[in-house]
Structure formats: structure tokens, C-alpha cells
Design a protein around this ligand. Structure first.
Ligand SMILES: N[C@@H](CCC(=O)N[C@@H](CS)C(=O)NCC(=O)O)C(=O)O
Length: 86
């Protein structure tokens, strides 16, 4: 299991923003594509308590399901933006 997991949807601009940040920071992640229908987004609902995407899981840091792209980008910057090995 990768440290980072991203729940996302094809063509979602908010997801693209998060992916750009992940790429910029050189972070690997497992992708979970959610169904287009909200009624079928049970997995993302379980991890984050809502059905919107993107949602980030960070297994190493106990982040179980963070929604909101701006919050995710800020979290990634703060957590991985200044790694000693970067
Ligand atoms: N403010 C949110 C908006 C995310 C958003 O609107 N995502 C769309 C897909 S592009 C979605 O899942 N909408 C359904 C919902 O918000 O429940 C963010 O920046 O993450």
C-alpha cells in the first residue's frame, strides 16, 4: 500500500490541481477513481464523510480522508514540501 492515496475523478479540475502538486513534490500515490454518480461513491464517503473529490489519505501520518483541494495542497506543501532529501 502506498503512503498516499488519492480519490479522484477523470476530468476534475480540483483533482488535477492536487495531482500537479503531488507531481511537483515527486510523490507517489495510489489512485482510486470514484464513480461519476454520487450515489455510488460509497468508498470515498466512508473515508471522508462526504462524496466530493479530491480526497487524500496519508497512511504514514494518520490522515484518513481529507477533502478540499486547497486544504490538500497546503497539507502536502507543509508535510512534504521541505523534505531533507528534496
Ligand atoms: N471545493 C472543492 C470542490 C471539489 C468539487 O467540486 N469536486 C467535484 C468534482 S470536480 C465533486 O466531486 N463534486 C461533488 C461534490 O462536491 O459533492 C475542492 O476544492 O476540493
Amino acid at each position: 500500500m502506498a503512503t498516499l492515496e488519492l480519490y479522484e475523478l477523470d476530468g476534475c479540475p480540483y483533482c488535477a490541481k492536487v495531482i500537479r502538486k503531488l507531481d511537483e513534490l515527486g510523490l507517489d500515490y495510489d489512485s482510486h477513481m470514484v464513480p461519476r454518480s454520487h450515489d455510488e461513491r460509497t468508498e470515498v464517503q466512508e473515508v471522508s464523510g462526504q462524496t466530493g473529490v479530491p480526497v487524500l489519505v496519508d497512511n504514514e501520518h494518520g490522515v484518513e480522508g481529507m477533502p478540499e483541494s486547497d486544504d490538500i495542497v497546503e497539507y502536502l506543501e507543509q508535510t512534504y514540501g521541505q523534505r531533507a532529501d528534496a
